[in-house]
Design a protein around this ligand. Structure first.
Ligand SMILES: [Zn+2]
Length: 461
């Protein structure tokens, strides 16, 4: 915040940018700071694991070329769904509640069954063109209007339909499947698991749990249960054909189980209350995931020095784990020690093969030092990061600050406009883009991008 105020003094041109704090696609650390958090969470470690879980399944389903994205929803209940042909959505609650990789992989295989089976309504197909956060806004109820005002980007029809229909109808038409589609997705999922030599037991275990839950909880049941009807006969049928799989008794690879447990520990630490974290991971638990959860929880709740000591101990165990350096950098950055955050974030970026979300943190640290010597490097890193992660508003926000520091107000306005556009704040995006157009020469690439935003078209990357 002090950084933002300093910047505002330097360049009143950026006032609009720096006062807008909502971030549509937000890292875990920023999510917990907001009472009513953002709809989508971003975290390299979690997304990487989910991609590894889904990639082989998508391949055998013939969908590997579709470039299907994994999206983590900021919701502690159990849910996973496909709302269009481009994305698989997973609540963090579903990851946390899955005790083994195989359990969540089973659910993802079932969802892939819906995708491969073409169980997509007309509305869903129209949604494929929309930005992730607009879809989420519609699904979670925030925003039939946001979607409707998106304008000329392929969502217009879906947006209009959304406005005409009550929220509950939209949700049902988007998320509910028919009984027959469920059974087909089960069969397809089991087939994909067999083709990738994985057990269907986790899928069965998860669905079985929901069947028993549905006996007690007609209302207020997990959203997954509401959208995927799970009568006892369906689960009985699943058990019958799943248990004949030659891989029924195959166990998860211990190394994968460890990574799964690390991600669950991280999710718990960031998203749950400290009492809950310490109940799940008491001091007596000396496992790496428990130590990871406690280290993160310690940094989040204010004891930086102890947190750093705990993180350093983790690094001793796994010196090539990029996410330990990432959390070290993040803890320093959020404690106002931007300069000290640079070294661990550089290391995290290098070890993660330059993961764009980590590079955005590094860019934020470079900009946060107030040292102009870092500005050009920050611009270079952030530009590369937003090119690969064009939906992360955070990257554009930091890029705008870096340009502001250079005195390049045309690029700063354009980046701020892009950030606002990605947050769904079209009014601010248009205002900033209009001003950016006056600062660029007509017809230059910057001018064209700004013009796209003024016309409320998706920005070109
Ligand atoms: Zn289903």
């Amino acid at each position: 915040m002090s950084l933002q105020i300093a910047l505002r003094k330097k360049a009143s041109a950026l006032t609009v940018l720096v006062t807008a704090t909502a971030i549509a696609l937000t890292p875990f650390s920023a999510a917990r700071a907001q009472a009513k958090g953002p709809p989508v969470l971003r975290d390299t470690e979690t997304e990487q694991l989910l991609r590894e879980y889904t990639r082989p399944i998508l391949r055998v389903a013939g969908l590997e070329k579709q470039n299907i994205q994994m999206v983590i929803i900021n919701d502690g209940s159990f849910n996973a769904f496909v709302a269009d042909g481009r994305r698989i959505f997973v609540n963090w609650g579903a990851i946390l509640q899955s005790e083994t990789p195989n359990q969540i992989i089973g659910v993802l295989a079932h969802e892939t069954g819906h995708l491969a089976g073409g169980h997509l309504s007309k509305l869903r197909e129209q949604l494929a063109a929309a930005q992730t956060q607009m879809i989420i806004a519609m699904l979670l109820g925030a925003g039939a209007i946001a979607a409707g005002s998106a304008g000329n980007n392929g969502l217009t029809n879906a947006g209009a339909a959304a406005i005409a229909a009550p929220q509950e109808v939209i949700r049902r038409s988007l998320l509910s499947y028919q009984r027959q589609q469920e059974e087909n997705a089960d069969r397809a999922g089991v087939k994909f698991l067999a083709a990738t030599q994985q057990s269907p037991k986790g899928m069965y275990e998860t669905f079985k749990r929901f069947t028993s839950e549905s006996l007690f909880a007609a209302r207020g049941a997990d959203p997954y249960l509401q959208s995927h009807p799970m009568p006892a006969e369906r689960v009985a049928a699943l058990q019958e054909f799943a248990s004949s799989s030659p891989y029924w008794n195959k166990k998860d690879d211990p190394a994968l189980q460890l990574r799964h447990d690390m991600v669950r520990a991280k999710i718990s630490a960031f998203m749950e209350r400290p009492e809950t974290v310490y109940r799940r991971y008491p001091q007596t638990n000396d496992s790496l995931p428990a130590r990871y959860a406690r280290a993160i929880s310690t940094y989040l709740h204010g004891d930086l020095r102890s947190a750093l000591a705990q993180i350093d101990a983790l690094i001793q165990v796994q010196p090539n784990n990029p996410y330990f350096y990432e959390v070290r950098g993040q803890a320093l950055l959020e404690s106002g020690k931007a300069a000290e955050a640079i070294a661990p974030l550089r290391k995290a970026a290098a070890l993660s093969n330059n993961a764009p979300l980590i590079e955005m943190l590094l860019g934020q640290a470079l900009v946060g030092t107030d040292n102009k010597a870092y500005t050009d490097e920050a611009v270079r890193i952030l530009r590369a990061a937003v090119a690969r992660e064009p939906e992360a508003a955070l990257g554009y926000t930091q890029l705008a600050m870096a340009y502001g520091r250079k005195g390049d107000y045309a690029e700063a306005d354009l980046a701020s406009a892009q950030a606002a556009f990605l947050r769904g704040d079209n009014k601010t995006a248009r205002e900033l883009a209009t001003r950016a157009k006056t600062r660029f020469a007509v017809g230059t690439p910057g001018w064209v991008k700004a013009d796209d935003i003024v016309a409320a078209k998706p920005p070109r990357n």
